[in-house]
Design a protein around this ligand. Structure first.
Ligand code: 5GP
Length: 112
């Protein structure tokens, strides 16, 4: 079943896109928990890292570099930031298309 993120990838619904290439897209979270809250994800429909495989290794590596690039662009690389991915029900995953949250711009506690 198509997720809301697939619809964003396919430009069926709008999002504030801050990075895009053939394999990866990043956009502002609609409900930010900090001044910078960006979602970075593969265009490939992988539910979460439980479903990633050897063939995704390069893609997952590229995502790490996009996260760091965006942190620099949004000026949180030096102040610090958090990267997290929620997995499954107990992990709080609400959209079943893997994504990394890039969160920063304020001092983060342990609540997120
Ligand atoms: P999860 O809870 O699965 O880790 O994260 C899903 C994230 O997607 C949440 O932070 C939520 O605010 C965000 N989100 C849900 N629907 C939309 C949407 O339609 N557009 C955007 N930009 N973000 C969304």
């Amino acid at each position: 079943m198509s997720t809301i993120f697939k619809k964003i990838i396919d430009k069926e619904i709008p999002a504030k896109i801050v990075y895009e290439d053939d394999e990866i897209i990043a956009f502002h979270d609609a409900f930010p928990v900090a001044p910078v809250h960006i979602l970075v994800l593969p265009k490939k429909e992988i539910v979460n890292i439980n479903f990633a495989s050897e063939e995704d290794v390069l893609l997952l590596g590229k995502i790490q570099l996009v996260l760091a690039k965006l942190a620099r662009e949004f000026n949180i690389d030096k102040s610090g930031y958090r990267v997290l991915t929620n997995i499954g029900e107990d992990g709080g995953q609400t959209v079943l298309h893997m994504h990394y949250h890039l969160i920063g711009g304020r001092k983060l506690g342990t609540d997120i």
